[in-house]
Design a protein around this ligand. Structure first.
Ligand code: ZN
Length: 295
C-alpha cells in the first residue's frame, strides 16, 4: 500500500506542477506512508529545502533518515540500505539475463555457494572429473579407486576391482561362465556280466543336458552277440544318439564307441537318469563317460 500512496502523491505533483511543501503536505504524506518523524515540525516554518528527520519505513528498520522534504516525498522514507534493496526489487526478473552477469574466472567454471553462501566460481573443466559435494563444499574431483571416468564419459572398472563380496552369491550363474566351465564328465561303470545286466540309475543334483557318450570295454565282451548301451531320461524316454552304442561280440578290452546325444537329453536337478545294458550272452564290462553341459 505504501508504494500506491507514493504513486498517488507523485501523480499529484505531476498534475499540480507546483507543490507547496509545507507542514500540511508533510503531515499528510507521513500519515499516508506510516512515516514516524523524529521531531515536531508543526512549529517550524517549512519550505521545500527543509531537512526532515524521520525513521526508515522498511519493515522493522527504523534507521534514522535525513532528507529534505522534496527528496523524502519523491523517493520515500528509506535509509541507504533499503533504498538499495528497493532499487533491486524494481528490476524486472526477465531483465536480469545471463549475459548481464559478470564472467567467471575462466571457461568451464560453475557458480556455487561458497563461505556463508556467497556465490563463487569453481573450476569444473578438468576432463573426467565430476562435481560433487564433500560435506562442506561443492568440488570437482576424479572418480577413483575401483573405477575411473574419461573426459568423454566412458566409465572403466579397474582390473581386479570386483571382489567376491561385491557379487551377490546367487548372481554367479552358469549362464555367465564359459563353455569350458559348463562342461562336466560323469564316468559310470556298467556291465554285461551275469547278474549285472540292466538299468544303472544315477541322480543329477543340477540342471543340464547329456551331449556326448563315450563307452570303452574294461573287460573283453563275450562272444556270440552284441552288447548294447542305451541312455534314458528321467521320464524313461530313450535319449537320441547319432550312433547307437553297440559293442560287437568278442570286442577286446579297450575297444571304444562314441556318439553325440541330440534329443531327450535334458534334465533338471533331482532327475534320475538311466544307463541300460543288454546282451544275450553275458560277459564283458564297460566304462561309460557322459559329457554334460550344465545349464
Ligand atoms: Zn532502513
Amino acid at each position: 500500500m505504501t508504494r500506491i500512496y507514493n504513486i498517488n502523491l507523485n501523480m499529484e505533483r505531476i498534475r499540480n506542477v507546483k507543490v507547496k511543501y509545507d507542514y500540511k503536505y508533510l503531515s499528510e504524506y507521513c500519515k499516508k506512508n506510516n512515516i514516524t518523524l523524529n521531531k515536531d515540525y508543526s512549529v517550524d516554518k517549512i519550505n521545500r529545502d527543509t531537512i526532515i528527520h524521520a525513521k526508515c519505513v522498511y519493515e522493522n528498520c527504523l534507521e534514522n533518515v535525513e532528507k529534505n522534504i522534496r527528496q523524502l516525498c519523491n523517493v520515500g522514507c528509506y535509509c541507504r540500505t533499503h533504498v538499495k534493496i528497493l532499487s533491486i526489487e524494481k528490476v524486472k526478473k526477465t531483465n536480469i539475463t545471463i549475459t548481464k552477469i559478470a564472467p567467471l574466472a575462466a571457461r568451464g567454471y560453475i557458480i556455487i555457494g561458497g563461505v556463508n553462501g556467497v556465490l563463487q566460481g569453481v573450476d569444473a573443466v578438468t576432463a573426467g572429473q565430476v562435481v560433487m559435494g564433500n560435506g562442506t563444499d561443492v568440488v570437482s574431483l576424479p572418480i577413483s579407486s575401483d573405477a575411473s571416468l574419461s573426459g568423454t564419459g566412458a566409465l572403466t572398472i579397474a582390473n581386479n576391482a570386483i571382489t567376491t563380496v561385491k557379487i551377490l552369491n546367487a548372481n554367479v550363474t552358469v549362464a555367465k561362465v564359459s563353455a569350458d566351465l559348463k562342461a562336466e564328465v560323469l564316468t559310470i561303470p556298467a556291465s554285461f556280466e551275469t547278474g549285472e545286466l540292466g538299468a544303472i540309475k544315477f541322480k543329477m543334483p543340477y540342471p543340464g543336458s547329456i551331449v556326448n557318450v563315450y563307452a570303452i570295454a574294461t573287460k573283453a565282451i563275450a562272444a556270440t552277440d552284441a552288447g548294447t548301451v542305451v541312455l534314458k531320461n528321467n521320464a524313461g524316454t530313450t535319449m537320441t544318439v547319432t550312433t547307437p552304442i553297440s559293442f560287437a561280440a568278442s570286442d577286446a578290452f579297450g575297444t571304444a564307441y562314441t556318439s553325440a546325444i541330440t534329443a531327450n537329453n535334458t534334465f533338471v536337478a533331482g532327475d534320475i537318469l538311466t544307463i541300460l545294458t543288454a546282451k544275450t550272452t553275458a560277459g564283458g564290462k564297460v566304462l561309460i563317460s557322459l559329457e554334460v553341459t550344465r545349464s
